[in-house]
Design a protein around this ligand. Sequence first.
Ligand SMILES: NC(=O)c1ccc[n+]([C@@H]2O[C@H](COP(=O)([O-])OP(=O)(O)OC[C@H]3O[C@@H](n4cnc5c(N)ncnc54)[C@H](OP(=O)(O)O)[C@@H]3O)[C@@H](O)[C@H]2O)c1
Length: 163
Amino acid sequence: MVISLIAAMSENRVIGIQNRLPWHLPADLANFKHITAGKKFIMGRKSYEAEDKLCSDAGNVIITRQKNYHVAPHETTAPGLREAFEKVQKEAEVFILGGAEIFAQSIDIADRLYITLLHNKFIGDAFFPEIDLTIWKISKQRNFRADEENPYDYSFIEYIRKS
Ligand SMILES: NC(=O)c1ccc[n+]([C@@H]2O[C@H](COP(=O)([O-])OP(=O)(O)OC[C@H]3O[C@@H](n4cnc5c(N)ncnc54)[C@H](OP(=O)(O)O)[C@@H]3O)[C@@H](O)[C@H]2O)c1
């Protein structure tokens, strides 16, 4: 199973503030939907409770230490990352959606990173971990200018492991 992390972050690695995204970038949402269509998601409990959360029609695993945490009928919980992977082990690829705690715990076992980089600095309280370029290499990058709908310059960057 391919384990992919997908995130949008700023130049100072911010991914969130007060349990929501600090920006509105419709192009990122469209790209996210294109990349993740039909795939199952794994996410932390706080991201699941975010107002602007993204869920998969194919299924979602919510990581929480709480017993009896309530999720929607087509969703499930897991008490840790290992147990979450067991629940999706038949999938060809699974997407880890965050947030900061879950990215920090999963980047070392991920195969691919799909990053939207906003070419701006933001104030935030949740961060994507450092991407170590001795471990990761860029396999694809597309750069875009701000436009009427998307107020910041941004890049879609895909990383794969060097070996
Ligand atoms: N920009 C992006 O791409 C993006 C994507 C997703 C999220 N975000 C942002 O990220 C922020 C949320 O991130 P966060 O770090 O605060 O929270 P999080 O990673 O979404 O969730 C943290 C929660 O996950 C559970 N958890 C974490 N590690 C666990 C483990 N090893 N075993 C069992 N449960 C575990 C705990 O839930 P319990 O407390 O219930 O036990 C913990 O409180 C928000 O601002 C959100 O908007 C941004």
